[in-house]
Design a protein around this ligand. Sequence first.
Ligand code: CP
Length: 310
Amino acid sequence: MGIWKNRDIISIGDFAKEEIRQVLDTARKMEVETQNFASLLKGKVLATLFFEPSTRTRLSFEAAMKRLGGSVISFAEPGSTSVVKGESLSDSVRIVEGYCDVIVIRHFLEGSARLTADRVNVPVLNAGDGANQHPTQTFLDLYTIQKTKGTLEGLSIGFLGDLKYGRTVHSLSNALSHFAPEMYFISPSSLRMPRYFMDELKQKGIQCYEQESLSGVSERLDVIYCTRIQKERFVDPVEYEKVRGAYRLSRVVIEGLKVKKDLKILHPLPRVDEMDESLDTTEYAVYFQQAHNGIPVREALLTMVLGAVE
Ligand code: CP
């Protein structure tokens, strides 16, 4: 576990397949033997620095820390910090490291988590940097896929929605490339995966296909990873209006498509209008379970980077 203590979790690309497996195995332990770990992080302090809104990531990190006996410091909103007086992110995080043992940061600028990690000596976990990466979400996505499909190997995955701005798709497609997948990227043409992510996948020899509709491919898929159109990242609101509501998954839509009986539908949430509540009671839907898996997975990551588990 020597490689984990004080390690930053910035980009999923920094993790080898075996390391990904180690995180998932530790998360499994956290979930199954939860009562054994109630004091594991006693005396440790987590700082959550969220410069963008969050429900799941922030609260599950905070809950994970508290369930392990640690404590949390935080600010109510970025507007209540000295950033509004002009303090740089770099200075802010150098101050915060003196108050805590580990930092979780979400920021609207790509590269902000890496910059934070370069400035401080406590481990830094990236909770989303702009449209770039969301690696801790990826670990819980992988955990959910493994738990519901029984394997990560050789699956056909369909990524649906906003693939341009959806940082969870960028991170997850990268991580899945270790597991011999077939990937279908389904989006409006203006929201396709950035070229550099596609090039990287192709260089690794991954079978990748891009298209604008689920029809014709739905029967091949083991997993559909649905995403919200990220309205807040569009520079031009007119461009958002053109793609708004491009996909709407519902019970009726899925029943009208050819799909595998054991298809699983994931979504990092929040959803807006791309996934109807009628889908929630189908056997395909695992997105609430997925969000709840944030607890054992983030417990695992915190204990590993704080050197508390072997
Ligand atoms: N999936 C996710 O990152 O959700 P939040 O924005 O609520 O943290």
